[in-house]
Write a protein that binds this ligand. Structure first.
Ligand SMILES: [Zn+2]
Length: 353
């Protein structure tokens, strides 16, 4: 992908172009914003622009044809380090987070391998080394602390990107060492263009409708382009609208969907997170409708799916908190069935519908 094909995030592009042109590029960045809006791609395009051998090093540009550009695209360039969760091969737990091993090497070879070691090695064929730590939300206190020295005294010329959803997910000592760059959701028009360009669906009116429900995330739009996911989303909405409410049936439908639609382990946990996010959206819409405000996509309150808008605001806030708390526990390896059972019982007790 070239810069000209990269949709959205113009402000961030200009900002980097300016910093590179004036030789004022910081060494460590924390890119934050909702999932699936292009932060990872953005980091990769910056890396290409900084390492490409065919373009002016002071311009935010790359040729898209030299060996360097092609190798970064395939994540095989020796001066481009990319780590994300799931690369560890040991336990299931380690697959869901960035591990110590990825950052500072195995116990037997501490600081002789891993990201913090490799970023210090002299560039192999380029002017500098560039590192991307994806899924930075999954850094815990131990792994965060292991990064601090590298972030504080980065090797000359190195540029490091941490990619996550919110700076609040980072401990303060990481935040204070990074230049924070915030990304907003894509516009509905950009999502629509990307759906058609990536061939998720061919029909332009369907693309428009999916884009309108995507919250500006191309990742979410891709999921909604899958008919079985769209069907299940409709099922969730039907359950939330049904009166009398059947939350036991609702919870069972979610569990069946999670167990039947994906492989065990992280994919299943990710799917459960998706389900709870759908519920949270419906609760937020209900709250917004009740307060008479438009949501972040500036939809009119009466156009929103707000199935619980008749509940008191206090109850809606409690339900949102409960659902978010449950979501936060998903990656703590509590079995989905047990987690859903507890969530349902608390939901029924709080909602009283
Ligand atoms: Zn190039």
């Amino acid at each position: 992908m070239k810069w000209a094909e990269f949709l959205g995030h113009q402000r961030q592009q200009k900002w980097f172009a300016n910093a590179i042109a004036h030789n004022k590029l910081a060494s460590t960045f924390l890119l934050v914003g909702p999932s699936g809006i292009g932060k990872r791609t953005f980091a990769k395009l910056i890396a290409k622009s900084l390492l490409c051998t065919e373009t002016d090093p002071k311009a935010l540009d790359f040729c898209h044809a030299c060996d360097t550009c092609l190798q970064i695209q395939c994540e095989t360039h020796p001066d481009f380090l990319y780590i994300k969760r799931g690369q560890a091969k040991n336990s299931e737990k380690e697959k869901s987070v960035i591990t110590m091993e990825q950052l500072v090497g195995s116990k037997e070879a501490r600081m002789r391998e891993g990201f913090c070691y490799e970023i210090r090695i002299r560039p192999y064929s380029s002017r500098r080394r560039i590192g991307v730590i994806d899924d930075a939300d999954t850094l815990d206190e131990e792994t965060s602390n292991s990064l601090l020295k590298t972030l504080e005294e980065p090797p000359p010329g190195a540029v490091i990107f941490l990619v996550g959803t919110s700076e609040k997910r980072q401990i303060s000592t990481i935040r204070s060492r990074c230049q924070i760059v915030r990304f907003s959701p894509l516009s509905i028009q950009n999502v629509e263009q990307l759906i058609l360009r990536n061939n998720y669906v061919q029909d332009s009116s369907l693309a428009k409708s999916i884009a309108a429900q995507s919250h500006g995330s191309i990742q979410y739009a891709k999921e909604l382009s899958d008919q079985s996911i769209m069907d299940f989303r409709n099922q969730i909405q039907a359950f939330l609208q049904q009166r009398p409410a059947d939350f036991m049936g609702f919870s069972k439908a979610i569990l069946d969907h999670v167990n039947n639609s994906t492989a065990e382990g992280q994919p299943r946990r990710d799917r459960l997170i998706w389900c709870l996010d759908e519920v949270t959206d419906a609760l937020r819409n209900s709250l917004w409708t009740q307060l008479g405000v438009s949501n972040q996509d500036h939809e009119a309150p009466n156009a929103l799916f707000a199935p619980l808008k008749n509940l008191p605001t206090k109850t809606l806030v409690s339900l949102i908190e409960l659902t978010q708390e449950t979501r936060g526990n998903i990656n703590r390896f509590i079995a989905p069935a047990a987690l859903l059972e507890a969530w349902t019982a608390n939901f029924i007790r709080t909602a009283r519908i």
